[in-house]
Design a protein around this ligand. Structure first.
Ligand code: URA
Length: 248
């Protein structure tokens, strides 16, 4: 008999936790197909009937998950992506800093200056980030920085769930290839997307978790700290935790 701990209730709970994010659900189902050894599926219900009658029916190949063997390959793929945001942005913003660094920092999405220069965190938020790093003895050259989104959302609006879901498989590959010792997540969008949670940043900041086996710390986004300077002291504690994790 086929035995599994994977129950219908568990599958339903996982899908419900994705809050209707169709791309994320699609990726999950693809993973399940693979796990169950299914390599072709029918997209059209009429094909199921045809196939049951022994007739030829077109089946669609289950695509493999994204996999890149180097950072250059991933960068090349990201620069060649097609997405509506790319049409309103000036540049694709991939990363900045040292990819062999122990620290990888992930923010939300490029702002206006980042879009203009094609580099993450070069505007006001970036300046504050640099000084928070300096406060624990780290310089910009000691870290590697990227974002959840590769393109600036028009008017700096909050990224949509679909935009995040589109970029996340690439972000996941990015983290796997950089393999930092510690991952620092800046702000609610990065934290919720990476840790796959709907908890607020105020609850999650300061907490330590693991992403792909990597020590991960969440803290406030520098743009929020610019608006709420009284929270800087709290965020400073998170940078101290980062430094401690690095020296372990
Ligand atoms: N805010 C972000 O989240 N990322 C940037 O690159 C700049 C501002």
């Amino acid at each position: 008999m086929f035995k599994t701990k994977f129950t219908f209730a568990r599958a339903r709970a996982i899908i419900l936790s994705m809050n209707g994010n169709l791309l994320q659900i699609e990726r999950l189902i693809t993973r399940w197909y693979k796990a169950f050894g299914i390599d072709h599926v029918f997209h059209d219900p009429s094909c199921i009937k045809k196939s049951a009658r022994g007739q030829d029916a077109p089946a669609v190949k289950v695509e493999d998950e994204l996999r890149f063997s180097s950072l250059d390959e991933l960068r090349h793929a990201v620069f060649n992506l097609d997405h509506p945001l790319k049409r309103t942005a000036r540049n694709t913003v991939f990363s900045d800093g040292d990819p062999s660094s122990d620290v990888m920092i992930i923010g939300e999405a490029p702002g206006q200056e980042e879009d203009e220069q094609g580099k993450p965190f070069v505007g006001q938020s970036g300046k504050l980030l640099n000084s928070m790093l300096a406060s624990v003895g780290l310089s910009r050259d000691d870290v590697y920085i990227s974002n959840i989104l590769f393109w600036r959302p028009p008017g700096n609006r909050t990224p949509s769930v679909e935009e995040i879901a589109f970029c996340m498989p690439y972000v996941e590959q990015h983290v796997k290839l950089v393999k930092p010792k510690v991952l620092l997540l800046l702000g609610g969008v990065a934290v919720k997307s990476i840790l796959n949670t709907s908890e607020s940043i105020s609850r999650l900041r300061g907490s330590k978790s693991k992403y792909l086996g990597i020590d991960t710390i969440a803290t406030f986004h520098p743009a929020y700290l610019l608006r709420s300077p009284n929270q800087k002291a709290v965020a400073f504690r998170d940078f101290i935790s980062l430094k401690k994790l690095l020296s372990r």
